[in-house]
Design a protein around this ligand. Structure first.
Ligand SMILES: [Zn+2]
Length: 62
């Protein structure tokens, strides 16, 4: 896919970048995927997969 090696940041998909997920009963809990940060940090291989799914990285390798 031609992405630069390194870490990419995406808005966390399960919580849509909010850091919390709805439990389905009107309450929320910290997203287990991102520990409530709303940011998912992945390497270039996972980043390429996210990009192929239509997501745009918030930040790439500097
Ligand atoms: Zn999350």
């Amino acid at each position: 896919m031609g992405l630069e090696p390194g870490e990419y940041e995406f808005a966390c998909i399960p919580c849509r970048g909010t850091g919390t997920v709805d439990r389905g009963d009107g309450t929320t809990l910290d997203c287990p995927d991102c520990d409530g940060t709303g940011i998912d940090t992945v390497d270039e291989d996972d980043a390429a997969e996210y990009v192929s799914l239509g997501f745009s990285p918030l930040r790439g390798p500097v």
